[in-house]
Design a protein around this ligand. Structure first.
Ligand SMILES: [Zn+2]
Length: 348
């Protein structure tokens, strides 16, 4: 009984959790006073053992109860103190603020530039038949781009008429698909064929180095109508260069060869660092942006378009490429864009 009184008065006096924990050990621990006393019951004569045992257990229970009660009280006290010191007028904790990925930002900017001159952004498959990716774009069967080392071909899902399924190596697969759509529309409405397409999508090629990733983005423009000429192409190109890179930048077209345009051009933009004077970053003041040209009559024919009545131009440029060429953005390794490294992405 003495033990019980000692324990209870100590428990009631405990003013913090640590002291209470020490008292618990002192009485109920492995070599605690109460634990040892309970063990000693075996020494009590048999005729009194049951009675003493019952009493001892009651003592143990009441000590445990007292500890629990005191613990609850201490906790309640702590909560009250905390509540008293809580200042609800303090500003809250601001959650971290993210932003759109650099490429998403570029895609949005490019889209809004072209929408202002009447282009409509469309979405065509990023996994498509060989027919739309090559055949309908005037690529002969033995063209190197159709090599397994350039393009990702899938082995299954072959279609007898449209060939194998490929991961699109360019956004140009949207050209003939858009022509088919426009021709069907024109037949339905009786209006002339009219296309001002902007197709932005993921493309895939077997490449990986500081300036190439296996997956990248292209934006493809296609304009088809009556009397469309190179003058229109150059006008759209200049408009884009000034809108995206800045008023002080200019463009030029150079003869080149592509399968699906005739004539074909490489497009250059003046270097953002030297503005055309020439520096170690550029080729005599110019940076290469990508290809363009007048749509090849064979491609128009694949799209079901009357080549006597209509002409068109097309261009396909890399989103990553124009982003890197933009003033103020220098990325040494393109692969960083897709590495999910926050310390890199948060800079923009
Ligand atoms: Zn330069």
């Amino acid at each position: 009984m003495q033990i019980k009184n000692d324990a209870l008065s100590l428990i009631l006096d405990a003013s913090d959790k640590k002291t209470l924990e020490e008292i618990k050990l002192q009485f109920l621990g492995r070599s605690g006073k109460l634990t040892l006393a309970l063990k000693d019951i075996t020494k009590v004569p048999l005729d009194r053992r049951a009675e003493v045992g019952k009493l001892a257990n009651e003592v143990k229970e009441s000590v445990e109860e007292a500890i629990d009660r005191q613990e609850g009280m201490l906790q309640h006290k702590t909560m009250q103190t905390k509540r008293q010191t809580l200042d609800v007028t303090n500003p809250g904790i601001t959650p971290p603020h993210g932003h759109l990925h650099l490429i998403t930002q570029a895609i949005q900017e490019i889209t809004s530039i072209f929408e202002k001159i009447g282009f409509t952004r469309v979405r065509y498959p990023e996994i498509d038949w060989d027919y739309y990716a090559f055949t309908a774009l005037n690529f002969p069967a033995n063209h190197p781009a159709r090599d397994d080392w350039e393009t990702f071909f899938t082995k299954e899902d072959t279609d007898s008429e449209k060939g194998q399924i490929v991961l699109t190596p360019h956004t140009s697969n949207g050209q003939v698909r858009e022509m088919e759509r426009a021709v069907a529309d024109s037949k339905k409405t009786g209006q002339p064929v009219s296309i001002r397409m902007l197709n932005i999508a993921k493309c895939y090629r077997r490449q990986s180095d500081v300036s190439h990733t296996q997956m990248f983005h292209q934006f493809e423009g296609l304009v088809v109508g009556e009397n469309i000429s190179i003058v229109h192409l150059k006008g759209v190109l200049d408009y884009f260069v000034k809108s995206y890179f800045g008023e002080n930048r200019t463009s030029r077209i150079r003869p080149y060869h592509f399968q699906f345009t005739e004539p074909s051009f490489e497009i250059d933009v003046t270097c953002g660092v030297c503005l055309g004077k020439g520096c170690k970053l550029c080729k005599a003041g110019w940076l290469e942006m990508g290809g363009a040209g007048m749509v090849h009559p064979n491609v128009l024919k694949y799209g079901g378009i009357d080549t006597k009545k209509y002409t068109g131009f097309a261009f396909g440029w890399g989103v990553e490429r124009v982003l890197m060429m933009k003033e103020g953005i220098e990325i040494d390794d393109l692969r960083l864009l897709y590495s999910n490294k926050l310390e890199f992405l948060e800079q923009f």
